[in-house]
Every structure is written in C-alpha cells, then in structure tokens.
Design a protein around this ligand. Structure first.
Ligand SMILES: Nc1ncnc2c1ncn2[C@@H]1O[C@H](COP(=O)(O)OP(=O)(O)OP(=O)(O)O)[C@@H](O)[C@H]1O
Length: 302
C-alpha cells in the first residue's frame, strides 16, 4: 500500500494539516506513528484507513478488508454489543453464522463476553472500547488501523490487543497504530514515523516518543566491564599495577587488582612477567540498568 504526495486540509482555505506525505506500508508489517498533540496523526490514520479522502495526492493498494478503531467510538447505536458486532461482521462479508461465532470469540478474548446482550449505550467506557477493537478484528483485516485503541482497556484486554496485532502482522496484514504510551509494542514496529509540521518523517533510531511529543532517548546506559585478577607468589605489585596486596605467611604476597576489561591482557602479562601466579580471573559488569549488565556480561563471556 502506497501514499504518494498525500495532503489534507479542513475547509478549502484551511491550513494544510498534512502535505506531500509519501509512505509505503508493506504487507506483514507493523507501523507506528508518533508526534505531538494536534500534529495530524488521527488525520493521517483516517486517510490510511480510507474513512477520509486526501485533498491532494493518492493512496493505492489498500487491502479490501480494512478495519479502523477511531479515537472515539460512536457507541450511540440502538443495538446490543453482540448484535452490533454481528451486523458489522456481515457488512465486512462474513456469513451470519460465522459473524456470530467471531463476535462471541472476540468478546471472549477481550473479557467482555458477559456484556454481549447489553445495549451499546449502557456499556462502560472500557467495555465500549473492547467492542470497538473487537469489531475491527472480526473479519481478519488486511489493514488494521488503531488510533489510541488501547486507551480505556484493562490490562488483560490491552495484552489481548497486543496479541491480536501480532497475529495480524504474522498473517501478512498491515497494522498501523498511534499510542501515547511509548512502551506499547516497543521494539516490535517494523517502521516508526514522526508526524510533525505537516509532514511525516522516519523516526531516528535514538528518538523515542513521550506523552505529547518526541524527546531524545536517554543516552544508552553506560556499561563498564572490569576484570578482577587475583594473583599470588610475588612480593611487590609490579610497577604500573595498583592493587590490593596482602602479606601471606612466608613473606609472599597476594594481590587483587581490578582493571577495565580493555587493560586486562596487559595487566596479566605484567603480573606473569614479574613472577606472579594468577589464581583467579573474574569479569564484573556495572551498568545503570540490570538488563544492560546481563547483556554485556553475555558479551564478555562470549
Ligand atoms: N474534522 C476536522 N475539522 C477541522 N479541523 C480538524 C478536524 N480534524 C482535525 N482537525 C485539525 O487538524 C489538526 C490535526 O488534528 P489531528 O486530530 O489529526 O491531530 P493528532 O495528532 O491526532 O492530535 P492528538 O494527538 O491531539 O489526537 C488539528 O489542528 C485539528 O484541530
């Protein structure tokens, strides 16, 4: 699916909210859009979903089955949750029996089965949102567009939606999403774009999105690998080596020296040349975050 020179403004004299947007959304990919408030993310998602048409440019290759979860769910319809889903399933091309089965399945997956016969207007905000995401997943769309679709869902339903997104991508669908939480599907998107100043640009790898905008990522936590060498048999630490020496019975010493991993070979050579016997060698990794330490330790071991 391709967007070429896409532009959108509201009203013939309104400012262009988006201009000259060019994007490719390949099959089997997850694409994230980020950006500050009012930059045009929802506008872009409506254009991608096809519920709004561009004022300039063109969009080609949109899959026949496209589903969209808008920021605000229009829940004021005189239908029960299950009837609404069956109705939408039929519109999306499912047979009656299949639509009913899928509606039940998705209400179950999002933990809303108990509300299947409740009128939409009586559902809580969270349950309405479950129905909104369920309607989008009913017919296994080739394009799934999610505008803050996780907002209002409980933890279990958010995880269920994460899983559903992965399933869609694995099945060859395109999933496009905006979410204010930078941890949402973090590291899973195939492409990430920032919507800003009417344009869309590829997010730089060091950019992460914070609520309400883009901020620079924290610099990578410093990872420091050190080697602790314990040696014995010498008397004085050799020149250039500062360590902790203790006297052993008989006048010999034991030396413990901790050096940066990069210097460890040199220190070992110096100790051996000076007649010390190396008893023990340990690598320690210091990092601000435990996961960095674990990763670095693996690297050092390897
Ligand atoms: N239907 C509309 N009529 C007129 N202006 C609109 C309409 N929809 C959006 N806009 C304007 O277009 C701009 C972009 O809005 P949009 O909702 O796409 O941004 P957004 O990045 O999704 O914002 P947010 O993060 O606050 O949801 C805003 O200035 C908004 O006021």
């Amino acid at each position: 699916m391709i967007l070429e020179g896409v532009g959108r403004r509201y009203g013939p004299r309104g400012p262009w909210v988006l201009r000259e947007v060019g994007l490719t959304l390949p099959a089997g990919t997850l694409t994230r859009f980020t950006g500050g408030n009012g930059t045009g993310k929802s506008t872009l998602l409506r254009l991608v979903a096809g519920v709004d048409a561009p004022g300039a440019g063109r969009i080609t290759g949109r899959p026949a089955r496209t589903a969209y979860v808008p920021e605000r769910f229009p829940a004021a319809l005189p239908l029960t949750a299950a009837d609404y889903l069956v109705h939408l399933g039929r519109i999306q091309g499912l047979g009656g029996r299949e639509a009913r089965a899928r509606a039940a399945e998705w209400l179950e997956r999002f933990g809303a089965a108990a509300h299947r016969d409740a009128p939409l207007a009586e559902l809580s905000k969270g349950t309405s949102q479950k129905v909104a995401v369920a309607q989008a997943l009913l017919a296994e769309p080739g394009l799934l567009v999610l505008d803050e679709a996780w907002t209002g869902l409980d933890t279990g339903a958010r995880a269920a939606l994460d899983r559903a997104v992965r399933e869609r991508v694995a099945a060859g669908g395109r999933v496009v999403f905006v979410d204010h939480d930078p941890r949402r599907l973090a590291g899973e998107a195939d492409a990430e774009y920032v919507v800003a100043e009417g344009g869309v640009r590829r997010a730089e790898p060091e950019c992460v999105v914070a609520e309400g905008g883009v901020r620079r990522a924290e610099p990578e936590a410093p990872v420091l690998a050190q080697v602790r060498v314990t040696a014995s048999g010498g008397v004085h630490p050799p020149p250039g080596i500062e360590g902790f020496a203790t006297e052993l019975p008989g006048g010999a010493g034991r030396l413990t020296v901790t050096v940066d991993a990069a210097r460890s070979d040199e220190v070992l050579r110096t100790l051996l040349d000076a007649g010390w016997h190396v008893e023990d060698l340990r690598t320690t990794v210091t990092a601000a975050r435990p996961e960095d330490a674990a990763r670095a330790t693996e690297g050092v071991r390897g």
